[in-house]
Design a protein around this ligand. Structure first.
Ligand code: AMP
Ligand code: MG
Length: 476
């Protein structure tokens, strides 16, 4: 028996979930398995592929698992839905490993009591996208849920584009507690459940806090989320659906739907087909972070202070501090990317002016070519830019700020390889047609993001000019 489950969430938080049985996939087949992750966590999954496919699709519930669907609410694109919940996911339980406690959750594993009109299923392409992008984020050093496996179910699912092969992703998460989890109980006025959730979240993620320290929890979550979104901004990541149900209290990136990485830098960049107002545009993510945290503060309000007026005052002071805290976190990411050490007064302007100078140019390549520019060879950087003059003015200021370790710092902070949108699309299309080759090679490339460019030319560049805008789709 290779998996040992605990069920602390179910044990400590009755009334926040429902026991649900995953659908029995007709012909589960392992299409991706993260052996490195399993080994790193000390999971001894030496079972044959068929057993793993059965377990990790939910076709066979492994011994010790007690599948549940979690209740949560959420603001979706600003509108409140009092009941969302796991409509196509089953939490099998928690794996207690030498590296910590991880939820093992199946997504795409069938209908639950929270499915509303949905079929509870998922298509292979989007589940492989979650696997690829989450593994890329992990390799980039960004907190994220991880993917243990993708299992094809052997059944087709009906989507806008027609029938597609179905699949389940098995993911590991520090937990699945979301801002929306708190909102679910706040909307029902169930303050005792919020207290229980606060105590549980603190014990699991912030054990240095007292179990009833809701304000401390808010501060701790804010600190992690601020750092997380600053890291997203650093690599040009656009989550695409920063709804409050997709923001985890653990501080991990969660729920990879219509996400993408910037090619050309444009703060207004949106990839998701349904984000017509640009609510979740690249440059709007810090503002949405603050908006989502204010929803968390609102849900916690009854626990924040002795009376409502004082609680509101405490919360408002916290909320006003988010934007300046984000600026500091962002600056710390940018200093590393620009290869500068220590802190100087002009660093903010240096970072802002660099971003202004690369507007319209490839985000990833612009930073990566700073390595050569640090050694006086700025041709590759300049060749990327629509206009040279701002960069000609910027480069001497930057050189004056560089120390002896600049080159190493730049290479360590700026990836050469990110999951380029057009390559992700090609890999997923090929996989949908039965060829896993492009997916496997792209996965290997993104798992070594900071390595040197040599021999990896196929993965370094954005789509050729004239390819047209990249569009991603939700709820698939
Ligand atoms: P997401 O956009 O993946 O964060 O999902 C938002 C909500 O829609 C969650 O409550 C999901 O469980 C639910 N959902 C998404 N796709 C499906 C589906 N195919 N069937 C049932 N529920 C779904
Ligand atoms: Mg979600």
């Amino acid at each position: 028996m290779a998996l040992t489950f605990d069920h602390s969430y179910a044990r400590d938080l009755p009334g926040t979930y429902l026991a649900q049985t995953p659908a029995r996939a007709p012909a589960p087949r392992l299409v991706a398995f993260n052996g490195d992750l399993a080994r790193a966590l000390g999971l001894e999954l030496s079972e044959d592929d068929q057993t793993l496919a059965n377990w990790l699709s939910g076709a066979v519930v492994p011994a010790g698992a007690e599948p549940i669907a979690l209740a949560y609410a959420g603001h979706q694109f600003g509108g409140f839905s009092p009941q969302l919940g796991d409509g196509r996911a089953h939490l099998l339980g928690e794996l207690v490993t030498p590296k910590g406690r991880f939820d093992l959750q199946l997504k795409g594993s069938g209908r639950t009591a929270f499915s509303r009109g949905g079929d509870g299923k998922a298509a292979l392409g989007p589940m492989l996208r979650e696997y690829l992008i989450s593994e890329s984020m992990a390799a980039l050093g960004i907190p994220t849920t991880r993917s243990l496996a993708v299992v094809a179910t052997g059944e087709d699912v009906l989507r806008d584009t027609g029938l597609l092969p179905g699949a389940v992703v098995a993911r590991l998460a520090a937990s699945h507690i979301r801002v929306g989890t708190f909102q679910f109980f706040a909307a029902r006025g169930e303050t005792d459940q919020i207290k229980a959730l606060v105590a549980y979240t603190i014990a699991r993620h912030y054990p240095h806090l007292a179990p009833d320290d809701a304000l401390g929890l808010f501060d701790a979550v804010t600190a992690r989320q601020v750092r997380l979104i600053a890291q997203w901004m650093g690599v040009g990541f656009v989550h695409g659906v920063m709804n409050t149900d997709n923001m985890a209290l653990s501080g991990e990136t969660i729920d990879y739907g219509p996400c993408a990485f910037l090619d050309a830098f444009d703060p207004a960049m949106v990839f998701s087909s349904i984000d017509r107002q640009g609510r979740y545009a690249y440059g709007n993510q810090p503002a949405i972070l603050a908006w989502n945290l204010s929803r968390l503060a609102q849900a916690l309000l009854p626990l924040l202070g002795p009376d409502e007026a004082e609680a509101v005052e405490l919360a408002n002071a916290r909320l006003e501090a988010i934007a300046p805290a984000f600026r500091l976190a962002w600056l710390s990411v940018m200093r590393a990317k620009l290869g500068i050490e220590g802190q100087e007064m002009g660093d903010g302007a240096l970072a802002d002016d660099f971003c202004a100078a690369i507007t319209g140019a490839d985000w990833t390549l612009s930073f990566r070519t700073l390595a050569a520019a640090a050694e006086g060879r700025a041709e590759d950087l300049l060749a990327l830019l629509p206009a040279h003059q701002p960069m000609h003015e910027w480069l001497p200021r930057w050189h004056a700020r560089l120390g002896p370790k600049a080159l190493a710092l730049i290479r360590a902070a700026n990836p050469a390889v990110i999951p380029r949108n057009h390559l992700v699309e090609q890999a997923l299309t090929s996989a949908t047609h039965g060829d896993m080759g492009p997916f496997t090679s792209l996965l290997a490339a993104v798992q070594d993001p900071f390595g040197l460019e040599e021999g990896r030319e196929a993965y370094l560049h954005p789509a050729p000019a004239g390819t047209g805008p990249y569009v991603t789709f939700c709820g698939t």
